[in-house]
Design a protein around this ligand. Structure first.
Ligand SMILES: [Zn+2]
Length: 279
């Protein structure tokens, strides 16, 4: 009872003073059932938190207004058609939830990189890239149960690209699709945590440069790349609006910007779906 009153009065107070409502931390992402999108599936009112699997990987399950919702990250490589989510509650398996993924055509993007080693790495670079990949895979696997926030403020004020999912060609060679949003901003611009989180990992990788992984709970992650400096360490608890680093041009870039990714069940999805300022 006390806790309930505290949450209500806190929400009113915060909303009244700053326009940032506490409730915004727990606004569901926009559901967009395409490759690179998110299927937000209402699992209903249950006594205990259920667990859910998609492609054999655990999916984020969050409680919003009495109902549990599964937030399924749909990989860019997903074939359009019907897919199933396997849900298990305290009382046993629930008949699987079917959801339809519709196709989405992402544009091509052609980028010219002057440092040719960043497109065709040499043997030494490849050894480093291999190590980077292991570290990235480990970070993406990390999850904790406590959900600290599911909607995000933009981490940097700047010019946003909508290039998530674009099929990329570097110096005319096809590479993996773009797994995030690029925000152009001057070197040294503050990067702010978009919601409360734990710092999972920081690194300095061949392609991503200086980077940070944040965990917001249940496998919901955000990733920040090409930084000039990092202000946090693995294990730190950060709060929404706290500075975590500065924009830079480290790794494979054509200029200073923040590459920002949002991950669910170890796959990158369109960050736009989680932003508190986009409708
Ligand atoms: Zn990028």
């Amino acid at each position: 009872m006390n806790r309930f009153l505290l949450i209500i009065s806190g929400a009113i107070l915060t909303f009244g003073l700053s326009g940032i409502a506490l409730a915004d931390d727990f606004r569901l992402p926009r559901s967009q059932q395409t490759p690179g999108g998110v299927a937000s599936i209402n699992l209903g009112k249950l006594d205990e938190k259920p667990s859910a699997l998609f492609n054999d990987l655990p999916v984020a399950v969050v409680k919003v207004a009495d109902n549990y919702h599964a937030l399924v990250g749909i990989p860019l490589s997903t074939e359009p058609g019907w897919h199933s989510l396997e849900v298990t509650s305290a009382s046993g398996p629930i008949p699987s939830y079917e959801f339809e993924v519709v196709g989405k055509a992402y544009p091509e993007q052609h980028i010219t990189i002057t440092n040719k080693r960043q497109v065709n790495p040499n043997e030494t670079d490849m050894a480093r890239i291999k190590k980077d990949r292991t570290s990235i895979a480990n970070a993406k696997r990390y999850r904790h149960d406590e959900v600290l926030g599911i909607s995000f403020d933009i981490p940097v004020k700047g010019v946003r690209s909508s290039s998530f999912g674009s099929r990329r060609f570097f110096n005319k060679q096809p590479r993996r699709p773009h797994g995030g949003m690029d925000i152009a901003a001057a070197e040294g611009t503050d990067i702010l945590a978009p919601a409360d989180a734990y710092v999972i990992e920081t690194g300095n990788y061949f392609f991503s440069g200086k980077c940070i992984f944040l965990g917001h709970g249940e496998g919901l992650q955000t990733f920040y790349a090409h930084l000039s400096s990092i202000d946090v360490s693995p294990g730190d608890r950060v709060t929404r609006g706290q500075k975590i680093g500065e924009v830079g041009a480290t790794g494979r870039v054509t200029g200073a910007h923040l590459h920002w990714s949002v991950g669910l069940n170890r796959t990158w999805v369109d960050p736009e779906l989680f932003l508190t300022d986009s409708e």
